[in-house]
Design a binder for this molecule. Structure first.
Ligand SMILES: O=C([O-])CC(=O)C(=O)O
Ligand SMILES: [Mg+2]
Length: 618
C-alpha cells in the first residue's frame, strides 16, 4: 500500500517525493476511491477541510473557515497527538480492499465491521464473522500460551506486529507482565543470537560500512518520515551476550516497541537502527545464516567517520529534536559517543544513564522503606563498565560520594573507571572484597552469570540485616545470581532486584516478588518527557528527576512484598509521571522548546500517548 503507482500523481509534487505519494488524494466526497490502487484519503468533514500540501506521505490539512492548520498528518493515519502533530477530527486516510488487510498500520482483521467491509471493498476477503479487538486479544494470548518455547512466542509476537500493529500493542499493553519477557529480556537475547535464522522482514534500518557517504539516502529509504526517536546499536555488546554484530537489531526493535507500549510514542515515530561495522564474533563470521558484513570490526577513524556521518544525517533529516538512544555499544565507544554527541545532539546512553536512573530509583525506595540515607551506605560494584560506572556516578551525584575501584590499578584503568578507583589492597575474590569493604549494597553489572556465589550472598547477609543485592546483568543466563539464590542464601532477608525478570519465590511463609531493575522503567517515560517538551539536550538532573518520579510510584504494599519498584502493569501511568518530571526539568533548565509549557504535565503526557484501540473507518 505504501508505494503506489507514481504515474498518476499530479505534476505539482516534487519529483523526489513522487514515489511515496498515494496516487490520488481525495479530500472531498465520502466515497471517493481511486480504482487503480484503492488508496483513499477521507475527510470526515469534507466540506471544510482542504488539503494544502502533500509531502513525503504527509498532508497538511487546513480548515479554511478558521484558517487553523490541523498540523501535518500522516496520511496513512495514526491517531496520536503530539504538539507537532495534533489529531484533527477531519482527516483520516486508509487504504482499502486487499491492501488494507496487508497494511499492518490499519489492518483490523476480523474486527472490521459490516459497514467497513462494505465501504472499503473487503467483502469476500474476510470470513463472515465480526469480532471485537478484545476477543482478538484473547485469541492471540491463547495462541501464544500454546507455545512452550519462548522464542516461538517471540516470533508469533513479531509476526503479529507485522500483520496488525494495533492488536500487537493492545495485546502487549494489556498483558505487559506476561509479554515483556517475550518481546524484551530475556527472550530478545535469544532472538538476537538466532536473528539470522529467524530474520524475515526489515524492522529497522541497517547502515553498514558499505553505505559510507550515503547514510542520508539510506535513512530516507525508511518509509516513515516523521521520526521522533531512534534507538541505535552497533551490536558490540548485546545485553551480557557480547558481540552479536548485525544480529543486534533485535535490541533496537525491542526497545522501540517498549517506547510505544510503555511510553506511548507513536510506532511510526520510532526508528530502530543497527550500524554494522563488522563483528569480532568468529562464530557469527562462520555462520552461513549471519546477515551482517563478514569482516572484523572497523575501529578508530573508520568507525568514527561512519558514526559521525550517521549522527549528522539524523539531525539533517529529522531536525534538532530527534532523540537518539545509544544502546548496547561496547564500553569504549559508549562513553566516547556520549561525550562527543552529548553537547550537540539530544542523546542518552540507556546502558549508562537509563540503568543508572532505574537503580537509583530502587535505592531511593529502599531507603524510604528501610530507613537510612544513601550517604550512609557502602556500595560494592562487580563490573565497572557502562552500567556500573553510570550507576556510581548518578548515586554520587545524589550524595556526593565515591565508588570503589582500587586505585593501585589506576594506570591500567580505562578513563571512565578512574573516578571510581579507591585506595585498597587488590582483592582476588568477590567474597574477600565483600568481607573487606563491608558493603550494605552489592550491585552486579558484570555481564557474568552466577558470580554472586553462595559465599558472597552469605557474606552480605552476615554483614547486613537487610542486604541489598542487585543482579543486573541480562539476559537471565548472565544474572549474577537468581532470585531463589538471593532469598535462600540470605534466609529471606535480601532486598533483591534483577535486570531480567524472575518469578515470585516462596520462602518459608513468605512469597517474595523480585523487582526488575531494568532501564525499561525509565527510558520510555524519559523519552516521552523529552519529546513532549521539545527538549534539545539530556541533562543529568533529568535522570535524577526520572529516578525520583519512579521511586515515588512505589507503595508500602509493593515494598511489603519485597518490591523496590512498582508493578509493570501500571507502567503507562508511571511513564506519564516520569515524563512529567523530566519535562518539568527541561523547562526549568531552559532546555525545552515547546512553549508555553502545558499546565498539567502528567495529564498532558497521558494525552500524548498512542492508543492501540482501533479507529472506525467511515
Ligand atoms: O535490555 C535490557 O534488558 C537492559 C539493558 O539495556 C541491557 O542489559 O543492556
Ligand atoms: Mg542495553
Amino acid at each position: 500500500m505504501r508505494l503506489n503507482n507514481p504515474a498518476s500523481i499530479s505534476g505539482s509534487f516534487p519529483d523526489k517525493h513522487r514515489r511515496i505519494l498515494p496516487t490520488r488524494v481525495v479530500v472531498a466526497g465520502s466515497s471517493n476511491r481511486d480504482k487503480s490502487n484503492g488508496s483513499l484519503l477521507m475527510a470526515t468533514d469534507e466540506s471544510t477541510a482542504t488539503l494544502k500540501e502533500m509531502r513525503d506521505g504527509y498532508a497538511e490539512v487546513v480548515d479554511p473557515k478558521s484558517g487553523v492548520s490541523g498540523g501535518v498528518q500522516d496520511v496513512y493515519g495514526e491517531d496520536t497527538a503530539t504538539e507537532d502533530q495534533p489529531v484533527t477530527p477531519w482527516s483520516v486516510s486508509v487504504a482499502s480492499g486487499y491492501s488494507l488487510l496487508r497494511d499492518p498500520h490499519h489492518n483490523k482483521g476480523l474486527a472490521f465491521s459490516e459497514k467497513e467491509r462494505n465501504s472499503h471493498y473487503l467483502r469476500g476477503l474476510l470470513p463472515p464473522t465480526v469480532i471485537s479487538q478484545e476477543l482478538q486479544v484473547k485469541k492471540m494470548l491463547h495462541n501464544i500460551r500454546q507455545y512452550q518455547v519462548p522464542l516461538q512466542k517471540y516470533m508469533a509476537m513479531m509476526d503479529l506486529q507485522e500483520r496488525n500493529q494495533k492488536l500487537f500493542y493492545k495485546l502487549l499493553i494489556d498483558n505487559v507482565e506476561e509479554l515483556l519477557p517475550i518481546v524484551y529480556t530475556p527472550t530478545v537475547g535469544e532472538a538476537c543470537q538466532k536473528y539470522g535464522s529467524i530474520y524475515s522482514r526489515p524492522q529497522g534500518v541497517f547502515i553498514s560500512l558499505k553505505d559510507k557517504g550515503k547514510v542520508l539516502e539510506v535513512l530516507r529509504n525508511w518509509p516513515e518520515k516523521n521520526i521522533q526517536v531512534i534507538v541505535v546499536t552497533d551490536g558490540e555488546r548485546i545485553l551480557g551476550l557480547g558481540d552479536l554484530g548485525c544480529h543486534g537489531m533485535g535490541i533496537p526493535v525491542g526497545k522501540l516497541s517498549l517506547y510505544t507500549a510503555l511510553g506511548g510514542i507513536r510506532p511510526s515515530a520510532c526508528l530502530p537502527v543497527t550500524i554494522d561495522v563488522g563483528t569480532n564474533n568468529e562464530k557469527l563470521l562462520d555462520d552461513e545464516f549471519y546477515i551482517g558484513l563478514r569482516q572484523k570490526r572497523a575501529i578508530g577513524q573508520e568507525y568514527a567517520e561512519l558514526l559521525h556521518e550517521f549522527m549528522t544525517a539524523v539531525k539533517q533529516n529529522y531536525g534538532e529534536r530527534i532523540l537518539i538512544q545509544f544502546e548496547d555499544f561496547a564500553n569504549h565507544n559508549a562513553f566516547d559517543l556520549l561525550e562527543k554527541y552529548g553537547t550537540t545532539h539530544l542523546v542518552f546512553n540507556d546502558d549508562i544513564q537509563g540503568t543508572a536512573s532505574v537503580v537509583l530509583a530502587g535505592l531511593i525506595s529502599a531507603m524510604k522503606f528501610l530507613g537510612g540515607s544513601l550517604a550512609d551506605q557502602r556500595f560494592l560494584f562487580l563490573g565497572a563498565g557502562e552500567a556500573g560506572t553510570g550507576i556510581a556516578e548518578l548515586i554520587a551525584l545524589e550524595i556526593s560520594k565515591q565508588g570503589l575501584i582500587v586505585s593501585s590499578r589506576l594506570e591500567s584503568l580505562q578513563h571512565f573507571k578512574k573516578p571510581w578507583a579507591h585506595e585498597h589492597e587488590p582483592v582476588k575474590e568477590l567474597v574477600d572484597a565483600v568481607n573487606a569493604i563491608k558493603p550494605t549494597i552489592l550491585i552486579g553489572t558484570s555481564g557474568q552469570g552466577r558470580t554472586f556465589t553462595k559465599e558472597v550472598v552469605e557474606a552480605m547477609a552476615s554483614l547486613n540485616e537487610k542486604p541489598i543485592i542487585f543482579s543486573l546483568s541480562n539476559p537471565t543466563s548472565q544474572s549474577e545470581c537468581t532470585a531463589e539464590e538471593a532469598y535462600t542464601w540470605s534466609q529471606g532477608r535480601a532486598i533483591f532486584a534483577s535486570g531480567s525478570p524472575f518469578d515470585p519465590f516462596e520462602y518459608g511463609d513468605n512469597v517474595f516478588v523480585p523487582g526488575q531493575a531494568n532501564n525499561a522503567y525509565i527510558f520510555p517515560g524519559l523519552g516521552l518527557g523529552l519529546i513532549m517538551s521539545g527538549a534539545i539536550r539530556v541533562h543529568d538532573d533529568m535522570l535524577l528527576a526520572a529516578a525520583e518520579a519512579l521511586a515515588g510510584q512505589v507503595t508500602q504494599e509493593n515494598f511489603d512484598k519485597g518490591l523496590l519498584y512498582p508493578p509493570f502493569k501500571n507502567i503507562r501511568k508511571i511513564s506519564a509521571h516520569i515524563a512529567a518530571e523530566v519535562a518539568a526539568k527541561a523547562y526549568e533548565l531552559g532546555l525545552a522548546t515547546r512553549l508555553p509549557p502545558p499546565k498539567d504535565l502528567v495529564k498532558y503526557a497521558e494525552s500524548c500517548m498512542y492508543s492501540p484501540a482501533y479507529r472506525t473507518y467511515r
